[in-house]
Design a protein around this ligand. Structure first.
Ligand SMILES: [Cu+2]
Length: 476
């Protein structure tokens, strides 16, 4: 691999956003060119970072997934408020090898502009009958859907089956002087490569080891080069679309002004010198280059996820060269009003729930409330009621951090290990530090159905740290 090539953006699957948007993603085995090195993996439409989808609030989307892989796959639209049932954002759908499936959904009118992503969420459903709405499965196909012929979500994500979704244009919410600033999408993924030039997968003879040395990439490139003019201001869409590992982003002597987190607008902008992105997390940030020319690096700082977790080293990710004619551009300070999401601090709480994240000593068997994932049974015997707010206390009973992700509806982080968190917007993924607890509030306002939640370290999700809650309509 050769470092230092000019930064390439992920390709766009669409730029037009008509009222009915028809898109096609083809999942297939692919020989990637990763900064000059040929590596086998799996892709949507040919690139290690899948093409970027652009949606508008209120838009009808008809997205056909063509599965040319030799194993089942599916799609999850991470962070979007979509129905978890039918042909919407339904991870219980599994598209068999050689088949296609069209996802139909409408982006909510009140969907905030920001950065989201899509990725495989196939749950290797073993001998359970396929659940594809509108598709009756011939008997011979039902026979073929055994667990021996599926590939776990960690392997599929790691292989390359993920891409970015951008809703609307966050720049329109910034002060007028910043409406036309340059944007970049920066997607973080890592890669471990086998001796025969395949991206590592879990299988009979190999395992992805999320603590092993790995190659960290930006947009599928090794330490690419981004040119900026002195004093210029840009909007960066940051997304950790990797399977397992953390990114602790920082640029010495620079700062990030956070506009959105997990596709949710912040109430007021905040300055940050580092941003922790577990797998699945996104930030929309504004950055301004210094007035003096020079070189800077976007790093992931060293990060330790806990005594039985991983100690990730400091790694340079992106070379930013500040050169050329100085630009005299506006900056984005802290404390600028952006979003209008209301706090749930005073909401009546319909239900309190405890969520215990657990794992055994081997780290191979993981649980929520003592139970490994069962796609047929929620860990909760009582459902949630649409229109109500619940408070969940997530206890991390293990010696490593777990990023907790909820589908369909966002949540508000109330406290971390007893320390109250000021409200500045919602999230869909929160890091629960080892042996600590995090309290969140969720207002179930979107949809009835099975709403998944899980650790977004894909290895942990596969090991069983996943369940769902049944959300039901209120009784009248
Ligand atoms: Cu985990």
């Amino acid at each position: 691999m050769h470092a230092g090539l000019p930064l390439a953006e992920p390709t766009n699957l669409n730029l037009q956003t008509p009222p009915v948007l028809r898109l096609r993603l083809v999942a297939h085995r692919t020989l990637f060119d990763i900064s000059g090195k040929k590596v086998w993996g799996k892709s949507y439409n040919g690139k290690f970072v899948g093409p970027t989808l652009h949606f508008l609030p209120g838009e009808r989307v008809e997205l056909t997934l063509v599965n040319q892989l030799s194993t089942p796959t599916n799609l999850h639209f991470h962070g979007l408020r979509l129905s978890p049932s039918g042909s919407g954002d339904n991870p219980f759908i599994s598209v068999p090898a050689g088949h296609s499936f069209t996802y139909y959904f409408t982006v909510p009118n009140d969907q905030t502009p920001g950065t989201f992503w899509y990725h495989d969420h196939d749950m290797c459903m073993g001998n359970s009958p396929m659940n594809m709405p509108g598709m009756s499965m011939p008997a011979h196909m039902r026979m073929s859907t055994t667990s021996s012929k599926c590939l776990d979500v960690e392997s599929q994500l790691y292989d390359g089956l993920a891409g970015t979704i951008i809703v609307g244009d966050v720049r329109n919410l910034l002060p007028a002087a910043l409406h036309n600033i340059t944007t970049h999408t920066l997607v973080f993924k890592d890669m471990q490569i086998t001796a025969d030039n395949h991206i590592r997968e879990n299988g009979a003879n190999t395992m992805i080891d999320d603590g092993a040395p790995t190659v960290r990439l930006v947009n599928g490139q090794l330490r690419p080069l981004l040119n900026m003019k002195p004093g210029s201001t840009e909007l960066w869409h940051l997304a950790n679309e990797g399977a397992d590992i953390f990114y602790n982003l920082s640029m010495p002597n620079w700062s990030f002004t956070v506009v959105g987190e997990d596709g949710q607008l912040v109430r007021r902008t905040v300055k940050a010198t580092s941003l922790l992105l577990p797998a699945g997390k996104r930030y929309d940030v504004v950055v301004t280059a210094p007035k003096a020319p020079g070189d800077a690096w976007l790093h992931t700082l060293a990060y330790n996820s806990g005594p039985v977790g991983n100690a990730f080293p400091d790694v340079e990710l992106l070379h930013v060269r500040v050169a050329g004619t100085p630009a005299n551009m506006s900056t984005l300070p802290a404390n600028v009003a952006i979003g209008s999401e209301k706090s749930l601090a005073n909401a009546p709480i319909a239900q309190h729930r405890d969520v215990h994240l657990g794992e055994d000593e081997s780290g191979q068997h993981m649980t929520i409330n003592g139970k490994p994932f069962d796609m047929n049974k929620s860990i909760f015997s009582t459902p949630a009621v649409l229109g109500t707010t619940e408070e969940w206390t997530i206890y991390n009973d293990t010696g490593e951090a777990h990023p907790f992700h909820v589908h369909t509806d966002y949540f508000q982080v109330m406290s971390i290990n007893g320390k109250a968190q000021p409200f500045n917007g919602d999230q869909d993924t929160v890091v629960v530090p080892f042996i600590q607890k995090v309290v969140i509030r969720i207002h179930f306002e979107g949809f009835t159905g099975k709403v998944m939640f899980h650790c977004h370290i894909a290895a942990h999700e596969v090991a069983g740290m996943m369940s769902f809650i049944n959300v039901v309509a209120p009784k009248h």
